[in-house]
Structures are given as C-alpha cells and as structure tokens.
Design a protein around this ligand. Structure first.
Ligand code: COA
Length: 166
C-alpha cells in the first residue's frame, strides 16, 4: 500500500495537543510540559512547523526561534519571550514519528528552517543535539562548538551544542 503523503506546514495552536502527544512518545528522556511547548510557539509562531498527514493527524513537528549566542533555553522552562540580543537562529526540536522516519522529512524541515533563518537576516543557526542525532546534524553542515560557556546540563551528558554558518 502506498503511504498517504505528508507535508510541512506552519504549526497552528490547534496542533499543540497532537504535537505534545508525539513529543511525549519521542522524547521520553526530555519531557517538556504542554505549557512550555505552547510558550515556545507563542514566542515565535513562524518557527513552528507541523508535518501534516493528508489523511489527518501529524507525523512530526519543529519548534525553533531566534535566541542568544552561547545560551540554551533550559529544558522544560518557559522562554517568556525572545531575548533582546537574539543574534542566532535556534532549532529547539525536530522530531519525526518513528513510522515516518527515513523519508527525508527532517531533511526538508532543515531546508525550510535554513531559508527562513536566512531571510530573517540571521547568519548562524545553532542547536543542542540529543538522542544520538549528532551524525544527522553533521550531515546537514552543523559542527560541534567546542569553546562555549553554554550550560547543557539539563539535557544530559550526551548533549552536543552545534552550529552552522548560513
Ligand atoms: C533525527 C530525526 C529527526 C531524523 O529524521 P528522518 O526523517 O528520519 O531524517 P531524514 O529521512 O530526513 O534523513 C535525512 C538523512 O539523514 C540520515 N539520518 C537520519 N537520521 C540520522 C541519524 N540519527 N544519524 C545519522 N544520519 C541520520 C538519513 O539516513 C538521511 O540520509 P540520506 O539523505 O543519505 O538518505 C529522527 O530520527 C527523529 O525524530 N529522532 C528523534 C528526535 C530527535 O532526536 N531529534 C533531534 C533532536 S536534536
């Protein structure tokens, strides 16, 4: 059977319950409350993407927003708006339902985010890689930032702070 197609579209506030359910299933070690996810989307609505299934439901999501160089939002804490010195574009999370992986959806999301960040005037994207995703991000041109004062402790010892010039 040919799977129903999926496509990225802007995340709507109405998507948040489905996004939260998927996040809980994928990020078992990195729980974030519904309110925290809603706060991130509210802080920067253009940074939210939903991988919509044409038959209904979602197959993945993205949360991203401008942020300050060498700072990382603590896990499961409200952003409470964007910092005044937001000088990089920060990818908080790209997550694809296990059944929808390996089909290029994460690749496509990173392309969309890259175009968005460039057109918004940013010259660098940054993220914290978790869940053994460092190899994925390296393929997308991100490299570990060695000398940084950033505090990654709330994401565990394996988290890697990475960046890419646009
Ligand atoms: C990492 C993740 C987003 C990749 O999603 P995906 O839709 O399977 O990725 P894609 O199909 O777009 O893969 C694009 C390329 O990256 C490769 N790739 C995917 N996941 C990879 C990984 N973990 N390590 C190395 N390469 C990876 C694919 O093989 C593919 O390569 P190809 O173009 O040569 O075929 C997905 O595994 C996921 O949701 N993981 C759990 C959430 C997570 O940890 N997100 C990252 C948080 S920082």
């Amino acid at each position: 059977m040919v799977p129903f197609p999926m496509f990225w579209r802007p995340m709507a506030v109405a998507d948040l319950p489905s996004v939260f359910t998927l996040a809980c299933a994928i990020h078992v070690d990195f729980f974030e409350a519904f309110e925290v996810m809603a706060d991130k989307l509210a802080a920067y609505p253009a940074g939210g993407l939903t991988l919509a299934r044409s038959e209904g439901g979602i197959g993945g999501y993205v949360l991203s927003h401008p942020y300050a160089r060498d700072r990382v939002p603590k896990l499961n804490q409200m952003l409470g708006g964007l910092p005044a010195e937001a000088d990089i574009y920060y990818i908080h999370d790209v997550a694809i339902d296990a059944a929808a992986r390996g089909q290029g959806h994460a690749d496509a999301a990173v392309e969309i985010l890259t175009e968005h960040a460039r057109s918004a005037g940013f010259t660098e994207m940054r993220l914290l890689s978790v869940n053994n995703s460092t190899a994925f991000w390296s393929r997308k041109g991100f490299a570990a930032i060695q000398e940084t004062s950033v505090d990654v402790s709330s994401y565990g010892e394996d988290a890697v702070y990475m960046g890419k010039l646009l």
